[in-house]
Design a protein. Structure first.
Lengths: 169, 92
């Protein structure tokens, strides 16, 4: 067989593998986003009518419909939050000794972190924050348990795994 | 009273006092994991609020990481449709 022919075919195969890998990674990321949106929706529903819950629910539904809005409205993008915090701190740097001003700054940060926080009075914001933190912890707990469960499934034979999940209660 | 204080503390019809804020903030302090704040010392409200923000951000990051991890696990696991239905019902 002609050597150049072999090289050409090999190059095409490599490129095809690379594209498949990229596609796979893209699928995984997309699925991750959908999982996160589902988890946020679940969290919002379990909030018992709380304001942060309703605000989070609205946001989660938006994310589901149009992933392009994720970048614009998601508060969990680390660099966006840090940039905002940087701006607030620069503006108030001269008055660091004033505890009252510091408290104001931190309240503003909190407003951006708690869904719906921008529209709330301070006392309500603090109350909502407490509830929101408790719910976030529960969410993390459920997701961790699921991850444990799923990584167990990956390593055990199919039969054992299905027996574990479908055991009658 | 400084003008800044009266502007920032208004909340509709009632004005919230610094004491009320301190009370609410100390309740938040109890929610933070012990590693973040030693609660035997008197901690200023601003510090408690900062730690609260840090804690919420770290919880958000954990949710992001776990979402990605779950996505990868679902991609690689060998699962029947019955098992997938159970997982779905846990998440929703």
């Amino acid at each position: 067989m002609d050597h150049r022919f072999v090289v050409a075919v090999q190059a095409e195969e490599d490129e095809s593998v690379r594209q498949q890998q990229q596609h796979q990674q893209h699928l995984v990321r997309e699925r991750g986003r959908r999982i996160k949106a589902a988890a946020e929706l679940g969290l919002a529903r379990s909030s018992g009518g709380r304001r942060w819950g309703r605000a989070l629910g609205r946001r989660a539904l938006l994310l589901r419909k149009d992933p392009a809005t994720t970048a614009a409205i998601s508060p969990s993008v680390g660099s966006q939050e840090e940039a905002k915090q940087g701006k607030v701190m620069e503006a108030e740097a001269g008055e660091e000794e004033d505890e009252e001003v510091m408290v104001e700054e931190k309240v503003e940060l909190l407003r951006q972190l708690v869904p719906g926080g921008e529209a709330m009075a301070v006392e309500r914001l603090l109350d909502e924050t407490a509830d929101y933190i408790a719910a976030l912890r529960a969410q993390v707990g459920v997701m961790r348990a699921l991850a444990c469960l799923l990584s167990g499934l990956g390593s055990t034979p199919e039969k054992e795994a299905s027996a574990t999940l479908e055991k009658p209660l | 009273m400084s003008s800044r204080r009266s502007r920032s503390r208004q909340s509709g019809s009632s004005r919230i006092t610094d004491e009320q804020i301190s009370d609410l903030v100390s309740k938040l302090q109890d929610l933070l994991p012990e590693a973040r704040l030693r609660s035997n010392d008197r901690v200023p409200s601003s510090r408690v609020l900062q730690e609260t923000c840090n804690y919420i951000r770290s919880l958000h990051r954990e949710v992001d990481d776990l979402s990605e991890r779950l996505s990868e696990l679902l991609a690689s696991s060998d699962m029947s449709s019955a098992q997938a239905a159970i997982i779905r019902s846990l998440l929703m």
